[in-house]
Design a protein around this ligand. Sequence first.
Ligand SMILES: *[C@@H]1O[C@H](CO)[C@@H](O)[C@H](O)[C@H]1NC(C)=O
Ligand SMILES: *[C@@H]1O[C@H](CO)[C@@H](O)[C@H](O)[C@H]1NC(C)=O
Ligand SMILES: *[C@@H]1O[C@H](CO)[C@@H](O)[C@H](O)[C@H]1NC(C)=O
Ligand SMILES: *[C@@H]1O[C@H](CO)[C@@H](O)[C@H](O)[C@H]1NC(C)=O
Ligand SMILES: *[C@@H]1O[C@H](CO)[C@@H](O)[C@H](O)[C@H]1NC(C)=O
Ligand SMILES: *[C@@H]1O[C@H](CO)[C@@H](O)[C@H](O)[C@H]1NC(C)=O
Ligand SMILES: *[C@@H]1O[C@H](CO)[C@@H](O)[C@H](O)[C@H]1NC(C)=O
Ligand SMILES: *[C@@H]1O[C@H](CO)[C@@H](O)[C@H](O)[C@H]1NC(C)=O
Ligand SMILES: *[C@@H]1O[C@H](CO)[C@@H](O)[C@H](O)[C@H]1NC(C)=O
Ligand SMILES: *[C@@H]1O[C@H](CO)[C@@H](O)[C@H](O)[C@H]1NC(C)=O
Length: 286
Amino acid sequence: MTMSMVMASSHKIFLLFFFITFLHFPTTQAQTNLDSSCSSNKTFAANSAFQSDRTTLLSSLASNNTTDTEFYNATVSSGGDTAYGLFMCRGDVNLTTCHQCVVNATQRLPSECRSSKEAIIWYDECLLRYSNRSFFSTVDTRPRVGLLNTGNVPNQASFMRTLYDTMNKTADVAAKPAVGKKKYATGTANFSAFQTVYCMAQCTPDLSPSDCRRCLSGTIGDLDWCCDGKQGGRVLYPSCNVRYELYPFYYQSEASVPTPTPAIIPPTNTTGSQGKGGISSSIEIK
Ligand SMILES: *[C@@H]1O[C@H](CO)[C@@H](O)[C@H](O)[C@H]1NC(C)=O
Ligand SMILES: *[C@@H]1O[C@H](CO)[C@@H](O)[C@H](O)[C@H]1NC(C)=O
Ligand SMILES: *[C@@H]1O[C@H](CO)[C@@H](O)[C@H](O)[C@H]1NC(C)=O
Ligand SMILES: *[C@@H]1O[C@H](CO)[C@@H](O)[C@H](O)[C@H]1NC(C)=O
Ligand SMILES: *[C@@H]1O[C@H](CO)[C@@H](O)[C@H](O)[C@H]1NC(C)=O
Ligand SMILES: *[C@@H]1O[C@H](CO)[C@@H](O)[C@H](O)[C@H]1NC(C)=O
Ligand SMILES: *[C@@H]1O[C@H](CO)[C@@H](O)[C@H](O)[C@H]1NC(C)=O
Ligand SMILES: *[C@@H]1O[C@H](CO)[C@@H](O)[C@H](O)[C@H]1NC(C)=O
Ligand SMILES: *[C@@H]1O[C@H](CO)[C@@H](O)[C@H](O)[C@H]1NC(C)=O
Ligand SMILES: *[C@@H]1O[C@H](CO)[C@@H](O)[C@H](O)[C@H]1NC(C)=O
């Protein structure tokens, strides 16, 4: 091993400690905007009917009529194009956080997608989308986004087998929830004596169980594309998403598999698409 390699790895170890220390503080993190996508070939003119429909739609999604729900769909039509929209919060966040996230999303999306007739924004805690076409109860798998934690796991092939197995089981549960429950599930597996993989899967609740499972199969299939051998990753579709990490990244208030002993907390930062700091990065899969 050359000197510079030794220095590089001790630098890495230093960083690891830094992040472990950092992450031990309770993180009441502000909502993280993960990504957004705006139709560029479907646009509306300024002051068109669609623009005012969108405004009405977004304000109804963000209104305090929706503070007691984690999923809501709405339709606004004032002649001409109709605006369809929905939001969904991550299955484990509380109503307060959910509503805050939705309000944030409704403020940000129109400024990012000024004249788009179709758009979506993903946050850590929620997603929000609208279109001039009716997309309720349909599986939409595009646009899609992959986000990964760039750290590698040591035994990649065996890790990915464990991951797929756990993710598949988690997806089965998410797709067929008990009556009145969200299409959301978490699952864990002990990958080694020291490492546990934490998985999450969720669909918008307007999908049928079979559509939900089909959507999740797509995201799971994309995991080796975006995140093969990585310590963490997510695949986000408009209709469903999956995520895994080597640390518990979700709140465990919902009934789920018992928490294993805390695993090694890896450095992670999946805040954004730019991958600032080189700790994480995002790839847009086309
Ligand atoms: C806009 O682009 C998307 C993605 O390239 C395509 O699927 C869609 O058909 C296009 N829509 C129109 C109205 O051209
Ligand atoms: C809120 O709900 C009430 C009735 O439940 C309805 O009359 C009102 O229009 C709703 N407001 C918004 C902004 O959706
Ligand atoms: C709805 O919001 C308005 C102001 O934004 C507030 O005055 C009103 O009390 C809220 N209603 C409920 C039921 O929370
Ligand atoms: C919400 O979506 C369902 C289909 O999943 C549809 O039947 C219903 O009309 C929608 N509600 C609104 C207010 O758009
Ligand atoms: C909701 O969750 C957030 C983040 O975990 C927490 O700070 C807040 O106290 C919770 N609010 C309620 C009402 O439980
Ligand atoms: C919106 O998100 C920012 C962080 O990006 C956060 O500081 C702020 O409190 C949020 N606002 C609302 C209304 O949720
Ligand atoms: C949505 O808007 C696009 C672009 O204006 C138009 O081509 C398309 O027909 C509209 N879709 C629907 C379902 O109205
Ligand atoms: C997970 O499910 C997919 C199909 O959705 C299948 O191809 C794959 O073999 C399964 N993997 C495991 C480990 O069960
Ligand atoms: C993982 O290991 C812990 C302790 O070693 C145990 O309590 C837990 O049940 C295991 N979890 C799974 C999913 O096997
Ligand atoms: C993650 O990255 C963002 C922006 O690059 C930064 O503001 C934030 O402090 C980082 N968080 C952690 C846990 O390093």
